[in-house]
Ligand binder design. Structure first.
Ligand SMILES: Nc1ncnc2c1ncn2[C@@H]1O[C@H](COP(=O)(O)OP(=O)(O)OP(=O)(O)O)[C@@H](O)[C@H]1O
Length: 301
């Protein structure tokens, strides 16, 4: 479990992280979203003790990172895949990490196999593609078999097979009861991977909720109903206080209602239905709604 309480980081007059309070629970993949510069990497760095908070605390399993004995056995992280000495092989890098963290060296072979890098592990890290570097970074995060895992944009540079592999890995790590915290800008991928979402903008918490709730509460999620009695049904739905849009002669879109509500009201209105379905918003759409006021770095048009 990761607990943030009033976590704040100021760089000069810029608030990179602004009073974040949240708990990341085990057994779930928590997606960490926010526009460029929102403070995601800074938050992860604070959790890992790579930066000191200006105020507040970040705890892993109830203690600050610097007080964890053998930290790699408690929390594994991939922050910057290129942060490996370029002249060192992946194998040598992992072996050094294992030795300095009291981890049996046999784990090196295990994690290299788990990330599909057994063959490339003897090559210089500097000669690896971005995708292979990401895999090596993930291997390092898994090395200590930790309960808590943090990944900053792990699918960056991966091909479609690699992206699918990361998704499966995150899901299986969470299914094993671990806390998985992962940032990404790929909304479609996050929608398939995350159970829970934390969204920040300009350092501030915008959302901390299950993915399904975030999608359901979006104004883009609506009930669509097809009926030969569209006009009468629209009147009935509006009388019940719902917002109705006529999509076509026989088709209505109802916002802010459950499918059961619309079905019941149609029954009461005596309207025959030819179709009744929920049109779910995509995470991409929801994300845009959520962050529209928090984008700092955008193109002019
Ligand atoms: N060492 C630093 N010194 C000064 N400012 C910093 C430093 N690190 C981060 N910042 C600033 O803090 C803010 C948050 O940056 P951060 O990298 O955490 O955002 P992010 O959400 O990870 O962005 P991205 O999606 O682009 O990776 C930015 O405005 C950034 O310029």
């Amino acid at each position: 479990m990761i607990s943030l309480k009033g976590l704040t980081k100021r760089y000069g007059d810029r608030l990179a992280v602004d009073d974040l309070t949240l708990e990341l629970r085990p057994g779930k993949v928590t997606g960490f979203l926010g526009p460029n510069g929102a403070g995601k990497s800074t938050t992860m760095r604070l959790v890992l003790g790579l930066d000191r908070p200006t105020a507040g605390t970040a705890l892993v399993g109830g203690v600050p990172y610097h007080r964890i004995e053998n930290p790699l056995r408690t929390v594994g992280a991939l922050l910057d895949a290129r942060a490996v000495h370029p002249g060192r092989s992946g194998h040598a890098h992992l072996t050094a990490l294992a030795r300095s963290n009291g981890i049996p060296v046999r784990r090196v072979g295990e994690v290299l196999e788990a990330v599909g890098m057994t063959d490339a592990a003897r090559r210089r890290a500097g000669a690896l593609s971005l995708g292979m570097s990401q895999r090596l970074g993930i291997a390092a995060a898994l090395l200590g078999d930790p309960e808590v895992l943090m990944f900053d944009e792990p699918v960056n540079g991966l091909d479609p097979d690699g992206v699918r592999w990361v998704r499966g890995l995150m899901r299986s790590l969470a299914a094993e009861g671990r806390t998985v915290f992962v940032s990404s800008h790929l909304m479609s991928e996050m929608q398939l991977t995350a159970d829970h979402l934390v969204v920040i903008g300009k350092g501030r918490l915008l959302v901390d909720a299950p993915l399904a709730d975030v999608i359901a509460s979006s104004s883009m999620t609506a009930v669509v109903v097809r009926t030969p009695h569209a006009a009468d049904l629209a009147d009935r739905l509006r009388a019940a206080g719902l917002t109705v849009k006529r999509l076509a002669e026989n088709e209505l879109e109802v916002a802010g209602a459950t499918i059961e509500q619309v079905g019941d009201l149609a029954y009461e209105a005596g309207a025959r239905l030819h179709e009744l379905r929920t049109r779910q918003a995509s995470l991409e759409q929801v994300y845009q709604e959520l962050t529209s006021g928090s984008v700092e770095y955008g193109a002019a048009a």
